[in-house]
Design a protein around this ligand. Structure first.
Ligand code: NIG
Ligand code: FE
Length: 411
């Protein structure tokens, strides 16, 4: 099937093949073709350029994009989109003064979602999750990473990962799966972290890997959860089974998780709300992508990742939603991009690069999505009539998406 977009006001994020990720000052450049056409064949981008060079003998579907822009669909490299129920009672507890950590200490938080998940059938979990997936696609997300982590048992984790697997099979969106067995201690291991880590390494990782249910392995490396030694052991075990690290670090405390991530060649280290100078230094010159989650900072009223400092020191940065029921119950990447500009002093160019090219790299999809590049999947956002791409983050909370295309098909 073919589709030709004509008269595009701005075709945003056009890149040659082979751009893996953008660092430092490179992030301030967002290449655009003004007055453009874009040709899609068999679900992939096959040609683009100035309208003057638009194919004249074309026969097929046309989309007129006069006064509209086309961008690559957002890449959301960190989500927990598969979960059961919701936790708005904890949201109210926080409004009334409790912190996220205090709620967790009294048995709420992740453990609360785990209890809900245990009571939910796999079919019901799929039904809840597919609704969320469709909602984020309508908001422009065309590639997404989804973690387990609310099982806290082999059975529960497999249930979650099988739901991710089914989403992969039944949705045309590009999806990557991450095994986050080390998300919190289940109640029956409350005083036996060593036993839980042993069980995770000896029983859970082998089954997850043998069943081919995940590409990545994640750990919540944080005070009160898993320390750097636990993290190192779990990542090492994961790597033995071919799982690539991609970890939660420095959300509330800087305890050396970034360094562990770099040592184990993590694809990404995510959260980074609290960064010491040595954490920034550890990332320099590596292939580990730092990922900021401004939706989580916004929702929990915790610090934002020091994006300006990190980019000014030459680091790359990706943005993701962290869509989950406890710390970021929204998967809206438009909000994420806007908040990165408003609260993290990222320019629109930097934020769009962070949510496309760099986010694609953060989940190993840089060959497939994240830019307007010949051969990549035609996962596209067609905007409404807008004056500039900077208008997208500027007019926060508004929806400027006319249509979303996944593999060239209108959603
Ligand atoms: O990325 N911080 C750890 N995990 C999630 C939150 C999980 C939850 O509260 O349900 C996060 O913020
Ligand atoms: Fe997360």
């Amino acid at each position: 099937m073919k589709i030709l977009f004509k008269n595009i006001k701005s075709l945003v994020q056009v890149r040659k093949t082979g751009v893996k990720f953008l660092s430092g000052a490179e992030m301030s450049v967002l290449p655009v073709v003004e007055g453009a056409y874009l040709l899609v064949e068999e679900g992939r981008i096959s040609a683009f350029g100035k309208m003057d060079d638009c194919p004249e003998d074309y026969e097929g579907i046309f989309v007129d994009a006069t006064d509209k822009m086309i961008l690559p669909a957002w890449c959301d490299s960190h989500t927990h989109l598969v979960y059961a129920g919701h936790r708005e009672e904890e949201f109210i507890d926080r409004i009334n003064g409790l912190t996220y950590e205090q709620i967790a200490e009294r048995g709420g938080g992740i453990v609360n979602s785990a209890a809900l998940l245990a009571k939910t059938s796999e079919e019901e979990l799929y039904q809840q999750s597919v609704v969320r997936l469709k909602q984020v696609v309508a908001l422009g997300t065309g590639a997404i990473e989804i973690k387990s982590g609310y099982g806290l048992s082999l059975e529960g984790e497999l249930k979650m990962l099988r739901v991710v697997q089914r989403l992969k099979e039944e949705s045309s969106v590009a999806i990557k799966a991450t095994f986050l067995g080390a998300h919190a201690l289940p109640i029956d291991y409350k005083n036996n972290k060593t036993g839980f880590v042993k069980m995770l390494i000896e029983e859970m990782i082998p089954v997850v890997a043998e069943e081919g249910l995940a590409e990545y392995i994640d750990v919540f490396c944080e005070k009160g959860y898993f320390d750097v030694d636990d993290t190192a052991q779990i990542l090492e075990a994961g790597q033995r089974y071919g799982l690539i690290p991609k970890i939660h670090v420095n959300q509330f405390n800087a305890i050396g998780g970034v360094q562990v991530g770099v040592d184990y060649k993590a694809r990404s280290v995510d959260h980074l709300e609290v960064m010491k100078p040595e954490d920034i230094d550890a990332l320099k010159g590596t292939r580990t992508m730092p990922v900021a989650l401004p939706g989580c900072s916004h929702f929990l009223s915790i610090p934002y990742t020091p994006a300006r400092k990190m980019i000014d020191e030459g680091l790359p940065l990706a943005l993701a939603s962290d869509y989950n029921p406890g710390s970021s119950p929204s998967g809206n990447m438009n909000f994420v991009v806007s908040t990165a500009c408003i609260k993290m002093n990222m320019t629109p160019e930097e934020a769009i690069n962070a949510a496309t090219v760099n986010a694609a790299y953060a989940m190993g999809l840089e060959e497939e999505v994240g830019s307007i590049t010949i051969g990549k999947r035609a996962n596209l956002i067609l905007t409404n009539k807008i004056p500039s791409y900077g208008f997208l983050p500027y007019s926060f909370g508004e929806n400027h998406i006319d249509k979303v295309f996944i593999n060239g098909i209108e959603q």
